[in-house]
Design a protein around this ligand. Structure first.
Ligand code: SDX
Length: 434
């Protein structure tokens, strides 16, 4: 479906007789948009929206978010239903193709991913170029970008078959790259992916298995990992997805675009927040220190943020945070972890923040990152790997959005403008005259 004209708005420049009528466009759900493409031509003015808080950069059929109602739909399906009833590979098919697969489609897709999980053997030597203490996100940026140096047969973005293979290779290989980045950091040998394991199970096997003994899968952890991957798979035009789209709009190859997305996700204001939440809780140290920390957060001069709280779009609970919190309780119970001080602290932090005017007025609620780190820590995933896991999950969202961009006939290179507030034009002054 494409957007439809729903009316227009007239813009008049005060103090002049210049005005223009801008079309209003409506989609399936969500606010209408004012199509401003002819504004500069008609009135000689730009719009100004730092951070793009009120700017639609594209049309998309993939994910819908209603920030006020706390709604998240993947291709129209509510995240709550998908997290409970689906699995990550089915979500990958849905995000890429727009519909849930039938059995034959699912099996073919599963086979396609399974037979792309291995890396080119020479890519292994890339890891040796990194310091052992390199952050695994640095390795992810480097190795995913380097895939363009190996898979030359799917760099032509205009060939649908090459786009399809690139999508399979990226979705299938990022867990292998991620697991090997972790193994490299702890000096353990890499484990090759196994074709008899599911996606989440294979990822945990490559992360936690060792050649010295038989790997025993824990179905509780695999199911929890699969659900965490589902919750992180896509999220409309967030910072890293917009980065992928901007890179894709120049015609860059898919591996370069996804590497750009990984780099953008790394920031603590975005995907790096899950790691930052654990560091924040560790620094607070004890529930009794929470009030002091909250007062620091409310002191603007401290520049302290409550990591895992707040969101550009959600001004209500992030639906993923609710599911993550429930999953946290389930996983800890199933693992027999009776009391997890970090969870106690997080829940007390949430209780205090949600009753404090500072957070209520600013509509700051827990987001997807607030509880995810606690589950991952309980599952034995090291903190340095939290954002890497987010990147593994979000790769299918980035690829799906990139594919939609390339297949959109109206797409053109992204090139925002600015308000220039620098020096007016002036002549060069020779050194001896300054
Ligand atoms: C993700 O976009 C997506 O969809 C992202 C994501 C995805 O799936 O792709 O959902 C994943 O990135 C989740 C967000 C993870 N980041 C964090 O948890 C870091 C902490 N959160 C903040 O940095 C912040 O809330 C952002 C970056 C998430 C949102 O920033 P905005 O929209 O620019 O909001 P803002 O900074 O304008 O905040 C409004 C007010 C400000 O106070 P005032 O200037 O009005 O006095 O709220 C304050 C902010 O200072 N504020 C916070 C806060 N978040 C906002 N104060 C304390 N702690 C916080 N966490």
């Amino acid at each position: 479906m494409t957007s439809k004209a729903t009316g227009s708005i007239t813009v008049t420049l005060d103090g002049s007789n210049k005005s223009t009528s801008l079309p209003l466009l409506g989609g399936t759900l969500g606010p209408q948009v004012a199509d401003i493409r002819k504004l500069y031509g008609d009135l000689g003015i730009f719009t100004y929206d730092p951070g793009y808080g009120a700017t639609a950069s594209c049309e998309s059929t993939i994910t819908y978010i209603d920030g006020d109602e706390g709604v998240l739909l993947y291709r129209g399906y509510p995240i709550e239903q998908l997290a409970e009833k689906s699995d990550f590979l089915e979500i990958c098919y849905l995000l890429l193709n727009g519909e849930l697969p039938d059995k034959a489609e699912y099996d073919a897709f599963h086979k396609g991913v399974t037979y792309h999980t291995m890396l080119h053997e020479q890519l292994k030597s890339f890891f040796n170029g990194f310091r052992r203490d390199a952050h695994p996100m640095a390795i992810m940026c480097g190795v995913v970008g380097a895939m363009a140096a190996f898979y030359h047969d799917n760099l032509n973005i205009n060939d649908p078959e090459q786009r399809r293979i690139a999508a399979f290779r990226l979705i299938a290989k990022v867990p292998t790259i991620a697991a090997w980045a972790y193994k490299y950091s702890i000096g353990q040998p890499f484990l090759y992916p196994r074709n008899d394991l599911g996606y989440a199970e294979n990822f945990l096997y490559m992360l936690n298995g060792v050649p010295a003994e038989e790997y025993v899968n824990n179905p509780i952890l695999s199911r929890a990992m699969d659900r965490i991957l589902i919750l992180h798979a896509d999220h409309e035009q967030n910072a890293s997805t917009s980065t992928v789209r901007l890179a894709g709009s120049t015609g860059a190859n898919p591996f370069a675009c996804i590497a750009a997305g990984i780099a953008a996700l790394w920031g603590p204001a975005h995907g790096g927040a899950n790691e930052a939440v654990l560091k924040m809780l560790a620094e607070i140290g004890d529930v009794k220190n929470i009030p002091q920390f909250i007062s620091e957060v409310k002191d603007k001069n401290s520049h302290t943020k409550l990591m895992g709280f707040g969101h550009r779009v959600y001004k209500n609970f992030d639906p993923r945070a609710k599911i993550m919190k429930e999953t946290c309780h389930e996983v800890l119970a199933e693992l027999g972890i009776k009391d997890e001080p970090l969870l106690d602290m997080a829940m007390e932090m949430e209780r205090i923040a949600l009753s404090d005017d500072y957070f209520i007025q600013r509509k700051l609620y827990p987001n997807v990152d607030f509880y995810s780190g606690i589950i991952l820590k309980a599952m034995g995933i090291p903190t340095s790997m939290f954002t890497v896991l987010f990147a593994v999950a979000r790769t299918v969202g980035w690829v799906s959005q990139w594919k939609e961009l390339i297949e959109d006939p109206s797409q053109r290179i992204g090139r925002p403008r600015q308000i220039y507030t620098g020096a007016p034009a002036r002549d060069f002054v020779p050194m001896d005259k300054r």
